[in-house]
Design a protein around this ligand. Structure first.
Ligand code: C5J
Length: 223
C-alpha cells in the first residue's frame, strides 16, 4: 500500500503501522442533524448537514473492513447538568436551552433519543464512544489516555460542525502532537463559508493545524 494521501497543503503520510491511524467522527448526533434538536433550537438549518452522510458512511465502512480504530464522539451533559457551565447553559437565547424537553427528549442530555448518533453511523460494539461536555473532544474526557494506550498517532477528522467541534478537536489534537487530516466531504457546517474558511485556515502556513483531503483520496490510498 502506498502510504501517502494526496492532500493539501502537501501529501499526508500514513504511519507504517496502520493501527496507529484512527477515524474520529465528531458529534454525528440527532441533536445536530435533525429538526427538534440543539442545532435547530439555535436557529440553524440542520438539513444541510445530511449531505456528508453517504461519504462518511463509506469511509467508516473502509475503516471497519480494514479493522482500523474508529472513535465516535457525542456532545452531551449529565441529566443534572452538573457538567454544563452556566456560560454554556445560558448562551444563545435559543428557543430551547440545554436540558429543556424537546420533541426528541431533553436537549443535549446523555441518553435522550435526540442525543444519540444517527442510525446510519451507529457505533458497533468495540468502537470507542467519547462523551464530551465541551466542544473539543480532549477536554474533560479520557480521549488522550485512550489514544496513548493504543499508540495512535494519526487522526482523520470528520463530523459536525466543521468550525466548532471538529476544528476545536483538531486544534487540541495538533497541540498534543497528533498528525491530523480533516476529510473535506465528511465534515459540514450550518454555514458553508465557515466550513470553507476552516479548511483553508487549518492547512494554511504549511499545514499549521494539519492537512485536508477529500475522502476519495483517502479511499484511493486504502485500495
Ligand atoms: C456545536 C458541535 N456546534 N458539535 N457543536 O455546538 O459542533
Amino acid at each position: 500500500m502506498d502510504l501517502t494521501i494526496t492532500a493539501l497543503p502537501y501529501e499526508y503520510t500514513l504511519p507504517d503501522d496502520l493501527s496507529k491511524l484512527a477515524l474520529v467522527i465528531i458529534d454525528m448526533q440527532r441533536d445536530f442533524m435533525e429538526p427538534g434538536g440543539f442545532g435547530d433550537a439555535l436557529g440553524n438549518d440542520v438539513t444541510r448537514l445530511q449531505a456528508i452522510v453517504p461519504a462518511l458512511k463509506e469511509l467508516l465502512a473502509a475503516f471497519r473492513t480494514l479493522g482500523l480504530p474508529v472513535i465516535h464522539t457525542i456532545e452531551c451533559h449529565q441529566p443534572d447538568l452538573s457538567d454544563c457551565p452556566p456560560a454554556k447553559l445560558n448562551r444563545g437565547k435559543g428557543s430551547l436551552k440545554i436540558g429543556d424537553e424537546g420533541p426528541m427528549g431533553r436537549i443535549l442530555v446523555l441518553g435522550e433519543p435526540g442525543n444519540g448518533i444517527i442510525p446510519d453511523l451507529a457505533p458497533l460494539p468495540g468502537e470507542i464512544v467519547i462523551s464530551k461536555p465541551g466542544k473539543g473532544a480532549f477536554y474533560a474526557t479520557p480521549l488522550g489516555a485512550i489514544l496513548a494506550e493504543r499508540g495512535i498517532t494519526h487522526l482523520l477528522m470528520t463530523g459536525v460542525t466543521t468550525e466548532v467541534c471538529v476544528q476545536t478537536t483538531m486544534r487540541e489534537a495538533n497541540d498534543r502532537g497528533y498528525e491530523c487530516l480533516m476529510v473535506e466531504d465528511c465534515t459540514e457546517s450550518y454555514f458553508p463559508e465557515f466550513k470553507q474558511a476552516t479548511l483553508e485556515m487549518v492547512r494554511a502556513q504549511g499545514g499549521i493545524v494539519g492537512w485536508t483531503a477529500p475522502s476519495a483520496n483517502v479511499l484511493d490510498t486504502f485500495a
